[in-house]
Every structure is written in structure tokens, then in C-alpha cells.
Design a protein around this ligand. Sequence first.
Ligand code: PMP
Length: 422
Amino acid sequence: MNIPYENASFKDFENIEGQNIYTTASQFKDYLDFLKVNGHLNYRIESLSPCGPEMELLLPGDDAPTRCVCLVSNDYLGFSQHPKIKAAVIDGVQRFGTGSGASPAIGGHFVYHQQLEEKIAGFYKKKDAILYTTGYTANSATLQCLLHKEDLAILDMSVHASVYEGCLKTNVKTFLHNNMEMLEQVLKNAQDKYRTKMVVIDGVYSQDGDIACLEKIAELTHKYGAYLVVDDAHGIGVVGDTGRGVIEMFNAFDQVDIITGTFSKALGNIGGYVIAGNEIITYLKFQSKQHLFSTTATPAVMGILKAIDLIDEEPQWRAKLWENIDYIKQGLISLGFDVGTTASAVIPVKVGDIPKTLEAGRLLLKLGVYTNPIMYPAVSKKNSRIRLNVMAGHTVAQLDRVLAAFKQVDEQLDISGNHLKS
Ligand code: PMP
């Protein structure tokens, strides 16, 4: 490609595709250098302090750390820093060490894995669950194992990337996000054409923070003889009266065939899970390659056992999180920003094009506010946004700093669109 950075524009890098892996990679590096030179590389920033509402960051090109209010963490309840959870992790490591030594089928299945499978299933009023190394693998491995070339996956367009990856070897049809007419049409057209039809949705959507129309989706899915999979990665611990996510919001415990999720967000650890009926879970335990041939989670997962208890025992974190969500959401709306239809701890501030979104992210960082500019391919090209992840531990003073920074950036860039209107 070889465009001098000074003359380059985002357009020049729109479709990076070289002749082989080396030319593709080197053109991609040109793009990263272009972002760096323009101060836009708000990506893989090194954090020097624990994950929390405020963090010390080593910004590109700086020698000394900068302290920022952090709105990039999915550790919504602050459980990665909770003393009781840390104590449970330490106890796990003291008793069992730092690794589990093997994959589950050949010696790596320990008492803490067994307990965790039972506990997460019980949390959703079910009996059976299987663990994966990450939430990403839980989705991709399960769908890959269950769906083949005779089958059909019907996906809400906004599902997580891991769902798309799980469907590479099956037939896929998508419907516009939360569009029930379109879902029904796809289900109707698919009648009698496939062996298994599986509708896959997120509970809370990771880029918009909005919630699936679960009641209607469950009704349509069953009417047309399909199965329903819900990934509630961002819902667990956050939504539902007792933190059982979107499944609880809609009292859909008996209407969802498979629940997937992650321990990496509100539960403050790492790992993925799949909850379903005994036959499906047993099948996955013996047929899913990513489970069979990959070493099990470390004894640090004992912290997750405690974290699940604390969702019930310490509801004050969820209550505080919701106070913060409401506070910042209302603050942004009264400043004129478009936050879409969020109903969770994920708040998108809609900007539109990619360069403006990156510039907004850079200016916010300069003002001590660490956010995630979200762009294509995570969302469509004209739908770029600054995404905020709210935490229970944010103070009002921190949230006020965030609102003041957004106001200042808006005065410079007009990301709200208000200034154009007036
Ligand atoms: N599903 C959704 C909706 C997610 O947002 C994520 C995390 N980005 C995942 C699954 C993957 O979870 P994990 O980070 O544990 O791999």
C-alpha cells in the first residue's frame, strides 16, 4: 500500500486485503501506524492498576501513567476486586495449586469444576451445565457441535461474534435486530427444509445494551418447531430482580433450550458455561472438541463459586450499579446525546462515522475518561459509537467528570448533533 501517513485517510484503509499473509499484515500495520500518528490508537492500552472505576494507564508515547475514570470494564459489580472472592481464589490456589493439569476427559475434571457446573446450573434452576475456557468458546464450540449441514441457525444480526463463528459449518439466516416480523418470516420459510432449526440471540446486546424481545421470540420459536439459545453474557448479575439475567426478566426458565454465558463479566473471573437438558450437556461433554481436548480452568475458578453466592447475598452491588446506570444515562440524555434503547450497564453514545468516533475517544482520554470507541466490524460503518460500561463502584464525582468531559468533547466535535440543529 505504502501511503505516507500524512496523506492517508480512513478511506485508503477500508478494505485491507493483500496478496498473501505478509502483505496483508504489512498493510494492516500501515493502518495501525496511521492511527498511531493521528493519536487514534485507543486500543490495547496498557493498564498499570487493578481493574476498577479508576485506572492508571500508560498511554501510547507517554513515560508516566495517566489516571482515568474507566468505563471499559465488564466487571459490572466490581467482583474481580471483592475481598471475599479474592479469599476464595487464594484458598483454591493454596489447596489445589495454579493449574488443573489435563483436559476434563483424561484427569483434569476436579471437584471445583464439578461444583461450578452444578452451581451455575442451579442458579438458573436447572440441573446440568458444562464449562468452557471462555464465553467465546462456550458459544462457538456448542453451536459447532450441535449444528451441521442439514441444519439451520437463525441469528439476530447483532449476536456476538462467537455465535457467528459457531455457525460456519451450518446454514445461517439472519433477521434484523429484534425484528419479530422478519424472524417469523425466516421461520416460516424454513419449515420442513432443515433437520434442526435453532434461533440464537443475546439476552443483553453487547454494543447497544438493549434487551432481546424474549417473550415473543420464545413464542415464535416454539410455534415453528425450532430451538432457542440465549447468550446472556451481559445479563447475568445485572438484570432480573435477583440477577438471573434476561431469562429471569421474562420468567423464561422453561422456554429456553440452551443458556450460554461467561464468568468474565459480572462474576469477575474467566470462563464460559452452557446450561441445557441432561442429554445435550452429556453429548457436549463427550463430543465437543473444545471441551474434550482442552485443559480445564485453574483452581482460581473457586472464586466464581463465591461470586455466584454473592449475587444473592449482596444485592447492594446490583442496586448501586443501577443507581449509576440511571444517573449517567439521564445525564447523557439531558446533554442531548443519543444513547439508543439501552436497558443495561452497556451504554452506547451514538456518534456515526469512524473518524469522529476515534477522535471523540482520543479527546475523552485526554480529559481523563477511558472509553471504548466501537466501530466496524463490531457495528455497521455508519453506526460507530463510544461505548460506556458502568460499574457499581463508580462514584457520583467520577460520573460527573465523565459527563463534563462528554460536554466538552461535544462542543468541539458535535457528536450529539445538537449544534448542527441549532
Ligand atoms: N457473548 C457476548 C454477548 C459477549 O459480549 C462476550 C464478551 N465480549 C462473549 C460472549 C465472550 O465472553 P468471554 O469474554 O468470556 O470470551
